[in-house]
Design a protein around this ligand. Structure first.
Ligand code: BJ8
Length: 381
């Protein structure tokens, strides 16, 4: 299928970010490394800090990580830590400090070890969105983070600057949502892998305004493509792909799904919709509280209960005319693994749809086994 030029510009965005980050560093700009979408990037940009995503999506650094970490640990944690100790990730090398959150146990303990390599600011995240005190506590954590950023940079986070960043981030999220929504078309203009290469760029943005312009151009082009296209082939079963974060290097399951003929209409994970589905309420006068609410509402399996995810899955099943749900769990990710039981019940009983749970790691050794299971699943649809 013909892809617009605006797609190529975004798909190569990450490689163009690195020289810009190096240049910004030369001018004294601080770089903050992130591992999770709970990190409130509006505060970082408002303090003049460039945030970069450091989440490990690749098998290569895992053997080195296993020298210090147990082998039976989530590959995302091992890969992230492995990049840190092998100095093989230029974005990690560029980071002046790391921002962590108390999400899953493995990540929490990884931050203790990463603190030996780089300064770590750990944000204490409540484990539930439902307790009355959670929002107060998390708002306090945002204030503590702001103080840290101001001390690191010497810059003041003014209400004016923070409000500007909140507005700009919301605009960016709206364009990412427009792009994602083109997956509702009978034949989506982008494959799941191509969609991932676009949504993943949000972790490497140096200039938000410039990024917004690129996203808007792509959203316009994709919508025009959908409006003008006569589908020339019968698309495969429409899949909602959900679960642990997936990215370039850990896209094994997504790739097999598409090779087997599935149409991956929408993805619900942290390099995709979960990172930009929620907007900050701009009418709320307390900027820290409204920002805190938006981030706390992120439906991650680290929260208990995580009912927001079930609601989101229902919405996506209906909006994207889904035929089946594929839930990916990285090996040893207990929260997503346990949650898969409730998600299966929800999908099979409430929506009467087939559900496939896949537990795997970053290695390629089970590729053919997975292909067999995925082919059998798609035949049912
Ligand atoms: S908001 S999904 S980015 S914590 S897969 S490391 S949970 S053992 S990545 Fe995550 Fe933030 Fe949640 Fe998203 Fe632990 Fe599970 Fe590994 Fe995970």
């Amino acid at each position: 299928m013909h892809k617009p030029k605006s797609f190529d510009t975004l798909a190569t965005y990450k490689s163009r970010s690195l020289p810009l980050i190096d240049e910004a560093k030369e001018h004294g700009t601080k770089i903050g490394g992130l591992f999770c979408v709970y990190a409130p990037t509006e505060l970082m940009y408002a303090a003049g800090v460039i945030p970069v995503g450091l989440c490990g999506k690749n098998q290569d650094p895992i053997p080195a990580a296993e020298r210090n970490l147990p082998a039976n640990l989530c590959p995302l944690i091992k890969s992230s830590y492995g990049y840190g100790i092998t100095h093989s990730c230029p974005f990690f090398a560029a980071s002046d400090f790391i921002v962590g959150e108390t999400t899953c146990d493995g990540k929490k303990k990884m931050y203790e070890l990463l603190a030996r390599i780089k300064p770590v600011h750990l944000m204490h995240l409540p484990y539930t969105q439902h307790a009355a005190s959670s929002l107060d506590f998390w708002t306090g954590e945002l204030h503590r983070f702001a103080t840290f950023l101001e001390q690191e940079t010497g810059n003041k986070i003014t209400p004016h600057k923070l409000r500007q960043e909140i507005q700009l981030h919301n605009q960016v999220r709206k364009q990412l949502l427009r792009i994602t929504a083109t997956g509702k078309a009978p034949v989506p203009p982008l494959s799941g892998l191509d969609m991932l290469s676009v949504t993943e760029t949000k972790s490497f943005v140096v200039d938000m305004q410039d990024y917004l312009t690129l996203l808007t151009a792509l959203a316009d082009d994709l919508e025009a493509l959908v409006a003008s296209r006569q589908p020339d082939s019968k698309p495969g079963p429409r899949i909602l792909y959900t679960g642990c974060p997936t990215g370039k290097g850990s896209e094994k399951v997504l790739k097999i799904l598409e090779e087997c003929g599935a149409t991956v209409a929408v993805q619900e994970h942290c390099s995709s919709l979960k990172d930009f589905n929620l907007l900050v309420d701009q009418d709320e006068p307390d900027l820290y509280r409204t920002l805190a609410k938006r981030y706390l509402d992120t439906p991650c399996s680290c929260m208990t209960p995580n009912t927001g995810r079930l609601d989101l899955i229902s919405e996506l099943i209906n909006d994207y005319s889904i035929d089946g749900v594929v839930d990916l769990t990285w090996q040893c990710c207990h929260t997503y693994n346990v949650e898969s039981f409730s998600l299966r019940e929800h999908v099979e009983q409430k929506h009467q749809l087939p559900f496939l749970h896949i537990e795997t790691d970053y290695a390629q050794s089970d590729t053919e086994q997975l292909r067999t299971r995925i082919e059998a699943f798609l035949e049912m649809l």
